[in-house]
Design a protein around this ligand. Sequence first.
Ligand code: FNR
Length: 207
Amino acid sequence: MTEHPATEPSGTEQPRTGTDRTYKVGYFVGSLSSTSINRILAKTLIRLAPSDLDFVEIPIRDLPLYSPDYDANYPPEGAALKDAIGAVDAVLFVSPEYNRSIPGALKNAIDWASRPWGQNSFDHIPAAVIGASIGAIGTAVGQQSLRAVLSFCNARQMTSPEAYIHYTPEVFGDDGSVHNAGTEDFLRNYMREFRDHVVRVLTVLPR
Ligand code: FNR
């Protein structure tokens, strides 16, 4: 778990927008595993998020492998993915690191969303990345890979705080509970910062 050293913890858990609006966040779980620790992390983040964020999962499991041959006529799974991204204000990626990069299923989903050429669903979208690993570096390398992909897709990524989560079952309960106060504070602050990032991006780039 790490945090950018230049970042001050900010604010309270309550919305600081001065409005009653809520922000719809589409979250991607990069793992297809039935016992995914990243799905547990996603559940935890939703539980700790400010109350003005509403979450919906954007599923990636049933997508065929992307081919440009589909560009003229997207299949229902590809169209549904693009519709789902179009219906949210922001996206959150919660992903494992696979072989020091991102899982193929997640890359496939991003490729689908980025096409057809000129209809990139991630253009200007507020975004953040986070991930959990059983290894000590907590998806740090995989997240750099994901950031590079999202950068090319012109997503407006939160750069700080970063969050590299070393998962242990002693700290993370399957129900989204956290059994370590420091970790819980860190994740709650991460979600506050994400909310503030979403508000800032949407202020200048409304969707
Ligand atoms: C892994 N794992 C792994 N962990 C890591 O820290 N760095 C890595 O590069 C990899 N590479 C990797 C490749 C493949 C194909 C698998 C299946 C696993 C281990 C990984 O952290 C662990 O399996 C997590 O449980 C994966 O997250 P989910 O699927 O449980 O969310």
